[in-house]
Design a binder for this molecule. Structure first.
Ligand code: FAD
Length: 400
């Protein structure tokens, strides 16, 4: 398909605004929050003021009503600043996507207006201690109680925004007898108290252990979630019980498709920043009597990095445009995620090498990028899983 990659005037204005925000507020402060592994509260408050929690939420609910393509451009700019900042809104974006596509009118009215302002924030939970790629193996389960509510029991793992979120879109098993496991799963909208390690009152039975200590992607918390007799009202089945019971697996897989565009955009952002750092450092640093950028081996690195950034950006925008146009884009989203996340890792490592010994010092931004970039190879499906998705889709489309 032919895709128009030129930004619209609206997209140019928004990207410029977010880039300025990244240059003035995120990049100068990221080192502090990263080193302290502290939640960047003032930055998040400013993101609320800029409306960034409601980018794709329709105007009737108080959001900006923008498309996935524009969202991907915004995520690139935020990730160029620090991928943890995009992590604060990414699961929120997936939650709002799930509500918009599958939620009942009551659920949309109840949650979307407050999600658009960032007053309440959303997390997204599939993974468990014993599984990540193999979603159909989910063990956390919900059983129907006599009064009509559902009781959820089990343990979730790696929940981004697990502590500070107010809502968790959580996939659990509801029909252990289903002929195929993925036909017996339901997505619940689990409400909780933001910031509470132990929930009480209506949210009793949902606890958040201390956040997982990570190599990078600091500042934004990743947690386990322990459901132990947590009661979820039937109206919190995504889409309502009649429409949503045992439909959670395809709903979550659909959300992962836009999630992959989202991670691809993060790959582009971190790769772009690595390229900028390498371009600057290589012109400042001298070796053998001239700036290292004048050595051909360094120019080749810069050339490869710039080529990868460009290709990753084009693939990401193409996948987003296709999704926005209502076209089938599963293959393209998988390819964009695979390529852009690997491009992120590649560009960061090349920029790291260009920095020589200084790249190993915490004084230099590239050291943080070096710890952050590998996450993108894992999150929303590893590179191996993307290749499986791409291979399967290719054969479906070219069946003989
Ligand atoms: C910082 C961070 C934040 C995260 N945030 C969230 C979140 O908000 N919500 C959420 O639900 N999850 C989240 N995750 C979890 C993430 O989605 C999983 O880690 C990821 O899907 C991989 O699952 P796993 O870690 O269980 O690895 P596994 O599935 O155990 O895989 C281990 C290795 O085996 C490979 N592998 C697995 N199956 C196959 C196969 N069939 N063929 C070939 N190779 C295979 C994988 O590619 C990988 O290399 C997060 C993870 C991290 C690190």
């Amino acid at each position: 398909m032919a895709v128009a990659i030129e930004k619209t005037d609206e997209q140019k204005a928004i990207c410029e605004m977010v880039r300025q925000f990244a240059d003035e507020q995120i990049i100068p402060n990221a080192e502090h929050y990263d080193h302290e592994d502290a939640f960047p509260e003032p930055i998040v408050e400013q993101m609320k003021e800029l409306g960034l929690f409601g980018v794709t939420i329709p105007e009737e609910y108080g959001g900006m009503g923008l498309d996935l393509t524009t969202y991907a451009m915004i995520v690139e700019e935020l990730s160029r600043g620090w991928i943890s900042i995009s992590g604060v809104i990414n699961t929120h974006f997936i939650g709002s996507y799930l509500l918009l596509k599958f939620g009942s009118e009551e659920q949309k009215d109840k949650y979307l207006p407050r999600m658009a302002t960032g007053e309440i924030r959303a997390a997204f939970s599939l993974s468990e201690p014993e599984l990540g790629s193999d979603v159909a193996a989910i063990k956390t389960s919900a059983k129907k109680l006599d009064d009509g509510a559902w009781e959820i029991n089990g343990q979730k793992m790696w929940v981004t925004n697990g502590l500070r979120s107010d809502l968790v879109f959580v996939l659990v098993r509801t029909d252990p007898q289903a002929e195929r496991p993925h036909k017996g799963m339901t997505c619940f909208i689990a409400e909780k108290e933001a910031g509470a390690a132990e929930n009480s009152g209506p949210y009793e039975g949902l606890n958040v252990p201390p956040q997982i200590k990570k190599m990078g992607y600091k500042g934004v918390e990743s947690t386990e979630l322990v459901f132990d007799g947590y009661r979820c009202p039937a109206e919190n089945v995504l889409g309502g019980e009649a429409a949503g019971l045992n439909k959670g697996f395809p709903q979550m897989m659909d959300a992962l498709e836009v999630g992959r565009v989202n991670v691809a955009a993060r790959g582009v952002g971190i790769a772009q920043r690595a390229l900028e750092l390498a371009l600057r450092y290589s012109q400042e640093r001298k070796a053998f009597g001239k700036p290292i950028a004048q050595h051909q081996a360094i120019q080749f690195k810069l050339a490869d990095m710039a080529t990868q950034v460009d290709a990753a950006r084009l693939m990401t925008i193409r996948a987003a445009l296709m999704k926005d146009a209502g076209e089938r884009s599963d293959l393209e989203a998988g390819m964009a995620k695979l390529f852009a996340s690997e491009a992120g890792r590649f560009c960061v490592e090349e920029a790291f090498r260009i920095h020589g010994g200084y790249g190993y010092s915490k004084e230099y931004e590239i050291e943080r990028l070096y710890r952050d970039a590998p996450l993108l190879l894992i999150d929303e499906g590893t590179s191996e899983i993307q290749r499986m998705v791409i291979g399967r889709k290719l054969l479906e489309r070219h069946k003989i």
